[in-house]
Design a protein around this ligand. Structure first.
Ligand SMILES: C=C(O[C@@H]1C=C(C(=O)O)C=C[C@H]1O)C(=O)O
Length: 368
């Protein structure tokens, strides 16, 4: 049997000694940064202001990305500094975040991707419960899915946005790789596949081809499917690799989603009594929901103020108003912050043309 070569060259030893020295410098610098964050935390306590400032965090990352001389790749900057800022923020105050649990869901991954690993997890059984936990103050923030690049809108989230007192303070998106998980390491004998309805839909082609006879059972979350699969060898789940390790399951087939570029976008919500509206960061988005009277040309008229003030729209989604009158709510994302005069003017004119008008939030665009 061949033994792998052991790394003994003097050159390698020397380079590693330099890396160790740099790591010690980094540790000292990170602790200096943490000390400053603690001082900011004290100041905020005295002034009675909130700890989490998404616009400031977006500006920190934007600034470092634009100054990055390399060889560190620019896409590495955001995840590294998100964790650094998460650890610094945790020194100021704990951040309680509600999301669709249990452990191992994509919502949990999105929550950690946005807030960093230093968060307090508030796991909820449904999207309704995430809104409720955040509105009641059991959590400081909620993370809810809003749209998927394959399946379209997450209808329940959009419907809840209509009447909730919560508002959006941030967004994050996640590549969704769905995997088939099971206790046994074989496709034989799978009676049923349990997963969230969105995941079942995202893997429709793969399931029809490889498991045409298995029952497709919608459950509350993919992690719930993984939990059921861990109890019953006849059940397979569709979930993340993290869920596989969480529930001790084999990844029978990786990346089984029909679209290789499958992404889900999440909104971060909070209560207006908990948090002020983020100030402009320089790259912001404003989300609205509006409706117009069911008259000829009404939708066209609604968009005129945006065109007149040069405000671009990055999303336009409709949902039935359930009035039985073929009326719709329109979910619109525009680029910019209402504090920018042209955006403020466009929104106030839009307000005047709409039968229903609600700003869902204004927040820094997802920085990756
Ligand atoms: C330190 C601060 O508090 C938090 C932590 C930040 C950081 O670590 O850079 C930035 C913004 C806030 O979310 C601050 O407001 O400056």
């Amino acid at each position: 049997m061949k033994t792998p070569p052991v790394e003994t060259s003097n050159e390698l030893v020397g380079l590693r000694a330099q890396i160790d020295a740099v790591d010690r410098e980094l540790l000292a610098l990170l602790n200096r940064r943490a000390g400053l964050a603690l001082a900011v935390g004290d100041l905020k306590k005295r002034e009675g202001t909130v700890v989490f400032r998404p616009e400031r965090e977006a500006q920190v990352i934007d600034g470092l990305k634009s100054e990055n001389p390399g060889p560190l790749q620019t896409p590495s900057i955001a995840p590294i500094w998100r964790e650094i800022m998460s650890a610094c923020r945790a020194l100021e105050t704990p951040t309680r975040v509600a999301y669709l649990g249990p452990a191992g869901t994509f919502s949990e991954e999105a929550a950690i991707g946005y807030f960093g690993a230093s968060l307090m997890r508030v796991q909820c059984a449904s999207i309704d419960e995430v809104f409720h936990a955040t509105a009641s103050g059991a959590a400081d923030f909620g993370v809810v899915p809003v749209e998927n690049s394959t399946e379209g809108v997450v209808a329940r989230s959009l419907d809840l946005f209509l009447h909730t007192p919560l508002f959006i303070i941030g967004e994050t998106s996640l590549f969704i790789r769905q995997n088939l998980l099971r206790r046994e390491n074989t496709l034989d004998g799978i009676r049923a596949v349990c997963a969230h309805p969105q995941a079942l839909a995202q893997c429709h082609g793969w399931l029809s081809h490889h498991l045409p006879d298995a029952d497709r059972r919608p459950v509350a979350s993919n992690a719930e499917g993984a939990r059921l699969a861990a109890q019953d060898p006849g059940i397979a789940a569709i979930a993340s690799v993290r869920a596989a390790s969480e529930f001790g399951l084999h990844v029978l087939a990786p990346a089984i989603q029909d679209d290789a570029h499958n992404r889900t976008r999440f909104a971060i919500v909070t209560h207006p009594e908990q948090h002020p509206v983020p100030k402009p960061s320089g790259h912001d988005c404003t989300s609205l929901v509006v409706s117009v009277k069911n008259l000829p040309g009404a939708v066209h008229d609604m968009l005129v103020p945006l065109k007149r003030h040069g405000v671009s729209m990055s999303r336009f989604e409709s949902r039935p108003a359930r009035s039985g009158q073929w009326e719709y709510y329109f979910y619109i994302d525009v680029q910019g912050h209402p504090d920018e005069p042209r955006v403020g003017a466009a929104l106030s004119e839009l307000h005047d043309t709409c039968a229903f008008f609600k700003v869902l939030g204004t927040y820094p665009i997802d920085v990756k």
